[in-house]
Write a protein that binds this ligand. Structure first.
Ligand code: NAI
Length: 323
């Protein structure tokens, strides 16, 4: 599936997720929601791009043998090609830069190739780190991470890089993943490993959800024991009401589509006329911290949730583009 939510600011960009779904309806819902989030993400980051997303639907627990995986990726490439450049794909959960190289055999509308900006995950992790620093500034009066207790939930590509960055910055980490193999990284970093079902209620300063979405809702919000939340996972709120519930509980939530834009900001550098250069990518990704400050300042000044402030920022940037 390919969903193109908006091209008002430019061709849509969004990763290709390969994941197990109970039925096609669940996958359609996911691809539509994720493509909308990409529109807001690109607009908040000030990128000349729209929002889109790809989903390759597997059955729950299914994994493909190499030949079948290749065929599926080439089918996906045909779908990307069919929308004629209005959608550009990249890695997401379940796909890698090796998969992008296969998709590139069927369509030129592929980013994040090893020959271009490469794996976006370390850049997404950097954007989340600067977002956590901006949240700490607001919640604790300073951006420093030394001794800050941070829970990283999901130690995959982004969560793993983030855990390394936060450890290097002096944070005290608690980590969780449903994949027991990820425990080796926790041990390497000296982080405390806890069970995934305990992770959302870990006693910490900052919670960084870096697995899948819909983790903040009526079941989890009353149990939270953190002061702020900033993470990579897309669509963290089970519904938009969750933003107000978080505010009522005194938890500062950095909108996911602002905090996790590092990957697409890095890819946008690849699409600039001068081509990719890490020297331009790094300051662009670090500027996400300024966007977070702007959103939190605006939310406070207007007495609205950070979600409302971030959506207003995106809408303000989309309206003139669409006119
Ligand atoms: P990944 O698939 O490499 O990592 C996800 C990790 O979460 C895996 O290790 C998985 O075992 C773990 N996990 C799944 N369910 C869990 C649960 N209930 N509790 C604890 N751990 C669980 O994916 P990646 O690329 O690191 O992405 C993570 C999130 O960030 C996703 O929501 C993705 O859409 C989002 N994101 C990723 C970007 C990127 O550059 N890779 C960019 C922007 C958003």
């Amino acid at each position: 599936m390919v969903a193109v939510h908006s091209t008002a600011r430019g061709p849509s960009l969004g990763g290709c997720r390969m994941w197990g779904y109970d039925d096609a309806r669940a996958a359609v819902r996911d691809v539509l929601r994720l493509s909308q989030a990409m529109t807001y993400k690109a607009a908040c980051a000030g990128l000349p791009q729209g929002g889109g997303k790809g989903v390759i639907v597997l059955s729950p627990g299914e994994s493909l043998a190499p030949a079948a995986r290749r065929d599926v990726l080439l089918d996906f490439a045909e779908t990307v090609e069919a929308v004629g450049g209005r959608y550009r794909t990249a890695e997401d959960v379940g796909t890698s830069d090796a998969d992008m190289a296969i998709i590139a055999q069927g369509t030129p509308h592929v980013t994040g190739l090893a020959s271009g900006s490469g794996d976006p995950s370390p850049w997404t992790a950097l954007g989340v780190q600067v977002s956590i620093e901006a949240a700490c500034e607001r919640a604790f009066g300073g951006p420093g991470l030394i001794g800050r207790r941070i829970a990283v939930v999901g130690l995959g590509r982004v969560g793993g890089h983030l855990a390394r960055l936060l450890t290097a910055a002096g944070a005290d980490l608690v980590v969780a993943d449903i994949d027991p193999d990820r425990r080796a990284l926790a041990e390497e970093l000296g982080a405390r490993w806890i069970a995934p079902d305990e992770a959302m209620r870990a006693d910490c300063d900052v919670l960084a959800p870096c697995a899948l979405g819909a983790v903040l809702g009526p079941a989890t919000i009353p149990e939270l024991r953190c002061r702020a939340i900033a993470g990579a996972a897309n669509n963290q709120l089970a519904s938009d009401d969750a933003a107000a519930q978080l505010a009522r509980r005194g938890v500062l939530w950095v909108p996911d589509f602002v905090a996790n834009a590092g990957g697409i900001v890095n890819i946008a550098v690849e699409l600039e006329p001068a081509g990719y250069a890490v020297e331009r990518a790094e300051p662009a990704v670090r500027a996400i911290g300024d966007t977070v400050r702007r959103v939190l300042d605006d939310a406070e000044a207007r007495g609205v949730t950070p979600l409302a402030a971030a959506m207003d920022l995106a809408r303000a940037r989309l309206a003139p583009a669409a006119a």
